[in-house]
Design a protein around this ligand. Structure first.
Ligand SMILES: NC(=O)C1=CN([C@@H]2O[C@H](COP(=O)(O)OP(=O)(O)OC[C@H]3O[C@@H](n4cnc5c(N)ncnc54)[C@H](OP(=O)(O)O)[C@@H]3O)[C@@H](O)[C@H]2O)C=CC1
Ligand SMILES: N[C@@H](CCC(=O)N[C@@H](CSC=O)C(=O)NCC(=O)O)C(=O)O
Ligand SMILES: [Zn+2]
Ligand SMILES: [Zn+2]
Length: 378
């Protein structure tokens, strides 16, 4: 029986409040309105940012909500006026859309489409309402995606249509972490051959940055993490050296790195979300030209600082969202890169769980043993 135009009841992991485990609930997902698309999500990764928002330190965190933003699925139905996808298409929802119309989309300098950013940050669809209800309560959307639900509704401009042959249980990860670290190196920093690079924080984002640096032919790629288990992993993704700040308890890590690299690095990437580490990453850059890219997301109220002299003397501080990729046009290409065995994706998957065990995914992430946990919602 067709579900088009009707409410769908399905299971979702609901975050009723911050700092509490998710709760598997039967939710009602309304049909897509004009310019919207309803998707059957098959797989989703769990990103550190889901954990961050659930922890209550995201200034945009709204509860109750359905988290998740690293999903892949199949279009179930489309709202009025939707022309670029149709039922049956294979898609990855993107938390940064691409409308090709706003001034950000028209600029080649950024990927930060602004078309629906305000409503997205308020946990609602562009018309200001939610498509999710549960037990008589309205649930907020998250990052315009809400992939911890078997069905979700997103804006048409948030959907990347991908190769239908792509394995969704792997390429769902291209919806965030891998694309972010990889793109920060290729797009935001534009690392050149023979550069020296340091990556702070070796989760999926950091390891994908290492992989990007290797692809670009960087001659020195230093992976930095406080978890020694990350050393062998970093090597697998392309690092040439591993540094554990805990091995240098009496020295700022930037001093250690400057000494190791004859004056500092050409490029550094902060992939943790720690404002002290962001400072270290900037100050580990080489005088005159070193560029540091902030990727990590810091908690509400936190601020970065350094001596302005660091910038006066030629270091550059930048940030990167979704690796600078213009989402709808780039994600399908990243999928093809993966399918041509040119982009490491499966190597990031350390665990798989069913939706009923989604809280275990958060436990694995907290344990320090996980990179990405993929949740099967099919
Ligand atoms: N800008 C953007 O577009 C995006 C930003 N993000 C953000 O990027 C960051 C990384 O995400 P993700 O890879 O999923 O996160 P993970 O938590 O998987 O990885 C972070 C890594 O950093 C390590 N770490 C923690 N503290 C330090 C420290 N002081 N020095 C060195 N290493 C440290 C962690 O170790 P341990 O596990 O032992 O704690 C872990 O290995 C997060 O802040 C996330 O929110 C993510 C996606 C997109
Ligand atoms: N809600 C947070 C902002 C969080 C943030 O910076 N998000 C990243 C993506 S993190 C993905 O895992 C991002 O791309 N930001 C750009 C944007 O427009 O949100 C806060 O308010 O601090
Ligand atoms: Zn993410
Ligand atoms: Zn736009």
């Amino acid at each position: 029986m067709s579900t088009v135009g009707k409410d769908i009841e399905c299971y979702a992991a609901v975050a009723w409040e911050a700092k509490k485990p998710l709760s598997i609930e039967k939710v009602t997902v309304s049909p897509p309105k004009a310019g919207e698309v309803r998707i059957r999500i098959q797989y989703t990764g769990v990103c550190h940012t889901d954990q961050y928002t659930l922890s209550g330190i995201d200034p945009e965190g709204l509860f109750p909500c359905i988290l998740g933003h690293e999903g892949a699925g199949i279009v179930e139905s489309v709202g009025d006026g939707v022309t670029s996808v149709q039922p049956g298409d294979t898609v990855i929802p993107c938390y940064i859309p691409q409308c090709n119309d706003c001034k950000f989309c028209r600029s080649s300098k950024t990927n930060l489409c602004s078309k629906i950013r305000n409503t997205q940050g308020k946990g609602v669809m562009p018309d200001g309402t939610s498509r999710f209800t549960c037990k008589g309560k309205t649930l907020f959307h998250f990052m315009g995606v809400s992939a911890f639900s078997q069905y979700t509704v997103v804006a048409e401009i948030s959907l990347a249509k991908i190769n239908p042959k792509a394995p969704l249980k792997s390429v769902c990860l291209l919806g965030c972490g891998i694309s972010t670290g990889y793109g920060a190196v290729l797009n935001t920093a534009n690392v050149e051959k023979d550069s020296t690079v340091a990556v702070f924080g070796l989760g999926t984002v950091g390891l994908a940055a290492i992989f990007g640096a290797k692809k670009r032919g960087a001659k020195e790629i230093i992976g930095i993490d406080i978890n020694t288990k990350k050393e062998s992993l970093a090597k697998k993704f392309g690092s040439t050296r591993f540094v554990n700040p805990k091995d240098y308890p009496d020295r700022p890590i930037q001093d250690v790195l400057i000494e190791m690299t004859d004056g500092g690095l050409d490029y550094t990437f902060e992939c943790v979300g720690n404002v002290q580490l962001m400072r270290s990453a900037l100050e580990a850059c080489h005088k005159g030209w070193g560029t540091s890219v902030i990727i990590g997301v810091a908690g509400s109220g936190q601020e970065i600082s350094t001596r302005p002299f660091q910038l006066v003397t030629g270091r550059v501080w930048k940030g990167s969202a979704f690796g600078g990729w213009k989402s709808r046009e780039s994600v399908p290409k990243l999928v093809e890169e993966y399918m041509a065995s040119e982009l490491m994706v499966d190597e990031h998957i350390t665990h798989r769980v069913g939706i009923d065990d989604i809280n275990k995914a958060f436990d694995y992430l907290h344990s320090g043993d996980a990179l990405r946990v993929v949740v099967d919602l099919s």
